[in-house]
Design a binder for this molecule. Structure first.
Ligand code: ITT
Length: 222
């Protein structure tokens, strides 16, 4: 690992020396940075977003799966920045729409379509197929890269249904129409902690935490 990627952190009492690993999260979505930073808050990692770096041309996310997109983002940014980079690609799969919007989640209805517009398009598309509701899932594929090498990959999902109407103003993106049966609410109606405990991203980043914890010594020694 390059010296820039690891900062030596001395605890306030001056006794405890601890390695703090800097992880770059390959996203321009500040909601994700906030959400993931809070998931890793007790771990010795400093998570920074792409906003900390001079603008880097984004790779073309033309993968056919979430995993392909996560890998291509992780490799592209790790090669450009020269640090440990974690990338994720995520989205919503609606069974009644054969998995749409899927990898197109951010662009569904056009790059400038607002979320209320996306929700209306989904309702129309489901109605056209005679579906009042549908089972659905959020998927998060995660890849960790150094240079062009993928060090770790995982995938997290959360199962739910499409709510009859959008509800709640927490979370982001499709959360207001994602009804999570065990909570009896949409993911926009629950706290950030409740969402992280069950979410696709929460599960994928919990796997990453375990991987980093188990391999941290090797990563620092490399
Ligand atoms: P980056 O590519 O910079 O990470 P992005 O938002 O475009 O930002 P994605 O390509 O992964 O990220 O697109 C994911 C889209 O899927 C996101 O814009 C939301 O519309 C939706 N999405 C993903 N996770 C979500 C979540 O937890 N809650 C609601 N919607 C989510």
């Amino acid at each position: 690992m390059t010296p820039r990627a690891v900062d030596l952190w001395v605890a306030a009492r001056g006794q405890l020396l601890q390695w703090v690993v800097r992880l770059v999260l390959a996203t321009t979505n500040l909601n994700k940075v906030r959400e993931i930073r809070s998931m890793l808050r007790d771990a010795p990692y400093e998570l920074v977003g792409l906003d900390r770096f001079p603008p880097i041309p984004p790779p073309h996310e033309d993968g056919r799966t979430f995993a392909e997109n996560a890998r291509l983002k992780a490799r592209a940014y790790a090669a450009a920045i020269g640090e440990l980079v974690v990338a994720e690609d995520s989205g919503l799969e609606i069974d009644a729409l054969d998995g749409a919007p899927g990898v197109e989640s951010a662009r569904y209805g056009g790059a400038d379509a607002t979320y209320p517009r996306k929700f209306a398009l989904i309702e129309d598309a489901m109605r056209a197929r005679g579906a009042a509701t549908s089972t659905a899932r959020f998927v998060c594929a995660l890849a960790l890269a150094r240079g062009r090498e993928i060090l770790f990959e995982t995938r997290g999902t959360v199962e739910g249904t499409i709510a009859p109407q959008p509800k709640g103003d927490g979370g982001f993106g499709y959360d207001p129409i994602f009804f999570y049966p065990p909570y009896g609410r949409t993911l926009a109606e629950v706290s950030a902690e409740e969402k992280a405990a069950v979410s696709h991203r929460g599960k994928a980043f919990a796997d990453l935490r375990r991987f980093l914890r188990d391999t941290a010594t090797h990563m620092i020694d490399d």
